[in-house]
Write a protein that binds this ligand. Structure first.
Ligand SMILES: C[S@@+](CC[C@H](N)C(=O)[O-])C[C@H]1O[C@@H](n2cnc3c(N)ncnc32)[C@H](O)[C@@H]1O
Length: 345
C-alpha cells in the first residue's frame, strides 16, 4: 500500500473516531485511573480524532523522553506529556499533515493547562526515522498506537526505533496482528488496510522481525481479539482473525530464550499507582513483598532499566540451572475467544 493512500484515509476519509468501520482502531473502555485522569486533560478535538487500538502508557514515566510513532492528532502525546512531567519530553511523528495540524493547533492549550510545555511534533515517515532531527540513543521509551501495521517497511520501523532508544530503554506499543499471513489481494484493499487490518503482521513474523531488529525477547503485555462488526468487511476477510496486542521490547543484551540462573526479585511496592503488584507482562504479575523467581532476561528487564530502584534482586548469573519453564512463547490467538462485546473508543 502506498503512503499516499494511507494519508488520504487518515487525512480526508476519516474525520473522527466514529467514521471507523471496525473496532480495530479503538480501545476497550476499562482503563486505569491514572490514564483516565490524564485523558480528562486532553482537548476534545484531539480526543475526537483518536484512532489507537490499545493503551501505550507504561509505568514509571516521570522525567522520561518519549517518542510516539504515528502520533496522529496527539491524544497519547498529550496524555504522556502529563505523565513525564515538566522534566520530561514527548515527541510525536506522523506523515499525515491533517492529523499533525490538529495536534499542533492545541499545543499551547495543553501547555497552559499542564503549566509546562514539553511536546514537539515532526512530519515524517516512521520507516525513515533517520531523516528526522532525532538523536540516536536519546529516547527512554518509544510508543506507538495502531500504526506499525500501516507501515510499508515494518523491519525499518523496528530497526529505526532500536537506534533511537537509550540502552535499557523500551519500545512499548499497541498494534494489530493476524493469526496467519495476509494474502496480497487483501493487503491491496484500501479500506481493509486503512482500518488497520490487512497490513497487520502475522504474529510470529513480528516476533522474528523484532528479534532481528535487536529486541531478543519481545514481551506481550495484553491482547484483545478483534470483532469485525461490518458484514461486508468480514466476508472479504473470510477466515482471517486479528487481535490487538501491546508488546514491550527492551533494548538490552538478552538471550534468545528464558534461562534459569536461580534468580529472584522482590517488588518493593513503590511504583506510583501500583502499591500491591507490578505487571511486567501478561505472565509476570509480581506481588509486592513476595520473593518472585525470574529468568535471566526478566532479571535484566527489571535490573537494567528504570524499574531497578523498585526491586530487590536476589542471585546473579554465576550458575546456570537450564531452561526457565513457562516463560511465554505460545500463539497469542490461543489465549482467548473473540470478544464480540469489545467497546469502541
Ligand atoms: C490508526 S492511526 C493512529 C493514530 C494515533 N496513534 C492515535 O492513536 O490516534 C494511524 C496514524 O499513523 C500515521 N501513519 C501511518 N503510516 C505512517 C508512516 N509510515 N509514517 C508516519 N506516520 C504514519 C497515520 O497518518 C495516522 O495518523
Amino acid at each position: 500500500m502506498k503512503h499516499e493512500a494511507i494519508q488520504d484515509y487518515y487525512g480526508k476519509t476519516l474525520q473522527g473516531s466514529e467514521d471507523l468501520q471496525t473496532d480495530a482502531c479503538c480501545t476497550p473502555a476499562e482503563m486505569p485511573e491514572r490514564v483516565k485522569r490524564a485523558l480528562a486533560n486532553v482537548h476534545d478535538e484531539v480526543m475526537a480524532r483518536y484512532y489507537g487500538c490499545g493503551l501505550v502508557m507504561p509505568h514509571v514515566l516521570e522525567g522520561m523522553r518519549v517518542l510516539d510513532l504515528g502520533c496522529g492528532a496527539g491524544r497519547d502525546v498529550y496524555a504522556l506529556a502529563q505523565m513525564v512531567g515538566a522534566a520530561g519530553e514527548v515527541v510525536g511523528v506522523d506523515m499525515t499533515a491533517e492529523q499533525l495540524a490538529v495536534a499542533r493547533a492545541h499545543r499551547d492549550w495543553h501547555a497552559e493547562r499542564f503549566g509546562f510545555a514539553n511536546t514537539a511534533f515532526h512530519e515524517g515517515y516512521i520507516e525513515k526515522l533517520g531523516e528526522l532531527p532525532l538523536e540516536p540513543g536519546s529516547f527512554d521509551i518509544i510508543v506507538s498506537n495502531c500504526v506499525v501495521n500501516l507501515a510499508t517497511d515494518k523491519a525499518a520501523v523496528l530497526e529505526g526505533a532500536h537506534r533511537l532508544l537509550k540502552p535499557g530503554g523500551e519500545m512499548y506499543f499497541s498494534d494489530v496482528y493476524s493469526e496467519r499471513r495476509i494474502p496480497q489481494a487483501l493487503a491491496e484493499d484500501p479500506v481493509l488496510y486503512g482500518e488497520c487490518l490487512s497490513g497487520a503482521l502475522y504474529w510470529n513474523d513480528f516476533l522474528r522481525l523484532a528479534r532481528e531488529a535487536g529486541f531478543p525477547d519481545p514481551r506481550m503485555v495484553e491482547s484483545r481479539p478483534l470483532a469485525i462488526g461490518n458484514p461486508a468487511l468480514a466476508e472479504k476477510l473470510g477466515p482471517h482473525r486479528f487481535l490487538s496486542a501491546t508488546y514491550r521490547l527492551f533494548k538490552l543484551d538478552l538471550e534468545p530464550d528464558c534461562e534459569d540462573y536461580g534468580q529472584a526479585v522482590i517488588y518493593k511496592g513503590t511504583i506510583p499507582d501500583s502499591p500491591h503488584a507490578f505487571a511486567l507482562d501478561d505472565h509476570h504479575e509480581i506481588q509486592a513483598g513476595k520473593v518472585f523467581p525470574v529468568c535471566g532476561n526478566t532479571w535484566k528487564m527489571l535490573a537494567e532499566t528504570r524499574f531497578a530502584e523498585h526491586f530487590t534482586f536476589i542471585g546473579d548469573f554465576s550458575t546456570h540451572y537450564g531452561i526457565f519453564e513457562g516463560c511465554g512463547g505460545n500463539s497469542p490467538f490461543n489465549a482467548a475467544a473473540p470478544d464480540a462485546a469489545a467497546s469502541c473508543c
